[in-house]
Design a protein around this ligand. Sequence first.
Ligand code: PRX
Length: 681
Amino acid sequence: MRLRYSLLKPGPIGMPGAQMNNEEINIESVLAEDRVFEPPPGCSETLGGAFIPSMEAYETAWRRSIEDPEGYWGEVANEFEWSTPFTEVLDWKCPDARWFVGGRTNITDNCVDRQVRDGHGDDVAIIWEGEPVEDGGPEIIKLTYRDLQRETARFGNVLKSLGVEKGDVVTIYMGMVPEVAIAMLACARIGAAHSVIFGGFSASAIVDRVNDADSKVILTCDGSWRRGSVVPLKDNVDEACRDLPGVQSVVTLRRCNNEITMHAPRDRDWHEMVSAADEECPCEPMDSEALLFLLYTSGSTGKPKGIVHTTGGYMVYTAHTARNTFNLRPDEEQVYWCTADVGWITGHSYIVYGCLPNRVPTVMYEGAPNFPAEDRFWDICERHAVTQFYTAPTAIRAFMKWGDEHVQRHDLSRLKVLGTVGEPINPEAWMWYHRTIGGERCPIVDTWWQTETGGHMITPHPAATPTVPGSCTLPAMGIDAAIVDENGEELPNGTGGLLVIRKPWPSMLRGIHGDRERYLETYWSRVEGMYTAGDGARRDERGYFWIMGRIDDVINVSGHRLGTMEVESALVAHDTVVEAAVVDMPHEIKGSGIAAFVTLASGTVEDDALVEELRRHVGQEIGAIAKPDMIRFTHALPKTRSGKIMRRLLRDIAAGRDSNQDTTTLEDASIMDKLRGNEES
Ligand code: PRX
């Protein structure tokens, strides 16, 4: 079946200094993906009973959550344990929200201790699998709620012994080991906040973040395993600490046994400290609005911003959405696996905090998807009988490229729900996920959300929402999402505009650490009284949301608005193309032209005829205006270690500029060298 994408209406959104074009768009020219997938028959039963069993149920619950948010969220919040009950559900003075006002609670208590109190201490909370595979298979550790209670208590005492107090920010720079979750939960247990830095970041990234958070304590590992080699985490911390005189303690977990240098008295050994620590450490009752964590994320400009999340609202919202989106049901032999790294918001919300209260075992995998072979993920799914699986489109596209044979070797019949997050999923990847991984029987939940939103915002509900490849469908409970113009006027279905959220929700960011101005400017200045997500989007005729990508990824070609993702999707729809990244490039006549970087299926001949064929193909899929002005073949695209394509680097290449941009977060920096140095690469 063909995909038919329309051109967007002329008039840029979000191009610096540009005015939004409010003209309406002809509905017929709207995205016309017409494949609809109803929830498979019996879906609710296989999930042990759906929380939201039908569209009718969704609509009723959603309407109520919007009309009576305080009633709705008050009820949900009361499913959690509060040492002091809240007296008011919401205090909203735009843009400042306080949720569950006056309440005191502890998120670790709700994730861990409560399960033990309720008689589930021996249930498995975390299933961890290490990357290396020895003769006897990989190392697997299963932690019960009782184990987690003991270990978070001991580590809470370790932190206290280092002088960490309520409200302090502890920096965590570790690999995907069980101790990273223990460390996060231990911080929350004693009322300290954490700032997790993804293990793929460099020393200078650590310096910026530790300085901004004013952390005195860093938790790290000697190294972490990645595709069979060791990432020297402790060395990076040592390097960073040369510029961080305020850091008093570095606690290092031994994981890879690589050589490290311990600097007395700053450096302490994790195991030694934990062995000496007491197992009694009560959960501190925390104000609902107490800082839970900072998580740094890149903005469109400037240094990374520390997104502020607080305790009560985040706890309630992430657990509620994890439950609804994946239909997490304890006692149904479910095993949930989110492949993200805990260094990102997806790992915070949907490996740790949102999952544990739902008492479904959550899998943590340490390493790469293609180590020792390209079937590692499917091997894990099979061996651990994974029922809910959550990954990113970039990974899905890699699996497609590696070939179906890696999947077919494994029994994936236990899978029930598939999730995707992080970027728009192109319909081809969606269909492959649906067919090859889901065996055409698993609903796909395409979850749109952000570091700032804390939890899922727009997503299907697996037993209720008919899905359409490429659309994240409809808002989650309590989410008043809309597409508006710069004046805040809601645009008709089919018209591209700014994606905004018009009402507060419990896990919304409370600010940018130490930068009130930037908070106001980034999220609240563009449209009066509404949270601006920074994404362009539109709704189709059935009201489904389609994310067009970051606003700055929209290209204005001869006054026509084009989503880079649309062109990419068109390219990927061609048989020879595995992955494509499209950026704008200066164009003498059109203003902006389109540059496409394309990875081809192995064995494809890269020649001028193929360039012409792809241009023709894009013209056919979208319209002549979308034909790339430049197509460059490359064996791989420059991506961050979290899998995001670094388009700003491609823009420099496309523009023929010398790039002095930071490439330290790239998964494979040599790709840039090849693209710069070799026209034909
Ligand atoms: O552009 C949207 C895209 O990722 C951005 C948020 O990135 P980050 O804060 O790193 O969080 C990623 C994980 C939640 C959004 O502004 N994005 C995220 N999910 C989707 C998406 N774009 C399209 N579809 C999605 N499902």
